[in-house]
Ligand binder design. Sequence first.
Ligand code: PGA
Length: 232
Amino acid sequence: MNQLPWIVANWKMNGTADQVTLAAKTWQQQELSCRLIFCPPVCWAHRVETVQPNFYLGGQTCYSEASGAYTGHVSASMLKELGCTHTLVGHSEQRASGQQSQNVQKALTQAQQNGLTPIWCVGHRQPPLPAFDINEECDYITQTLHQERPVGGIYMIAYEPISAIGTGKPLPPEHAAKIVRHIKTVCGDVSVLYGGSVSVDNIHAFLNVSDGVLIGSMSLNIDVMDILIRSL
Ligand code: PGA
């Protein structure tokens, strides 16, 4: 964990073309002390120029097939052509909407075969547990990792407990630390990020126990992100 931390800014289905352009320009003009991956809505991805070495363009999902009659989906090769270097795969919002329920492993492979680094999102996909049970969460994660794990190649993992996504209720960093360690025990030397209600107040605590963070709602605020990036 002594390399620059990864910060993933996932804008989900938010932002206008001009807002994406402004965010990209703002962030890439800075001397970044992190590796920032901007995942705007795919329709505005062409607005993002990545001149700065630590600034990357990412997709929010990629489909498990290379091409074909899959209305509304985006392939890994399309993301590559747009200039993406990374893509999220298996985000819980994709899984919940049924967009990516079965074929996460194939989507990970598609990404890798097209020269993208997949950011494989894992975490309990049930509604918030009545009481977060860390052992149960580790068991669930082990099962997911074994089921979906890519056969080889480079990938990153974003651990995102569903109870923390968009709720303002982040996991206590000490729990995140335990799960990050657990994932590394199962998967070996991969970068493991934490995601779910990351804010200015808690980001440093999560960066202390992981290789980076995946930020949703807070990343939409360009000024706050600016302050945050400067504070690293
Ligand atoms: P959040 O979203 O930061 O708004 O909780 C995280 C995510 O969905 O990746």
